[in-house]
Design a protein around this ligand. Structure first.
Ligand SMILES: [Zn+2]
Length: 114
């Protein structure tokens, strides 16, 4: 069986089996990485991997996982005025009242829709 030499930050060079490693590639930006549990100290080691390293590892039989960034990242976000220190202070003062929760609900209800 093919053995792969990798580097653990704690133990230095370690010998791994093909099944000890996982290669991950992000489908959005093609960034690659690989990870393994160190056989000596059990640390989970993750490293960036160039396209060449990804190809080398997968052609040796290492499992490839393709993942994508969460769709929420491309959703439009509310673009309102930035929170100022005055806003923060007002919020802090509001939280010290006994009716803050009701007031907050009222503020959200009466806010203009996005
Ligand atoms: Zn180690």
């Amino acid at each position: 069986m093919t053995t792969i030499r990798a580097n653990c930050p704690e133990c230095g060079d370690v010998q791994l089996k093909v099944t000890d490693l996982t290669v991950r590639v992000c489908s959005n930006d093609e960034q690659g990485s690989y990870m393994f549990d160190c056989p000596t100290c059990s640390t989970v080691v993750t490293k960036e991997a160039s396209r060449r390293i990804v190809d080398l590892l997968t052609s040796s039989g290492v499992e490839l996982q393709v993942w994508s960034l969460p769709a929420e990242l491309s959703e439009p976000h509310f673009r309102g005025p930035q929170l100022s220190s005055d806003d923060l202070l007002s919020f802090h003062e509001l939280l010290e009242t006994s009716h803050w929760f009701g007031d907050l609900i009222e503020m959200v209800r009466s806010a203009p829709s996005q």
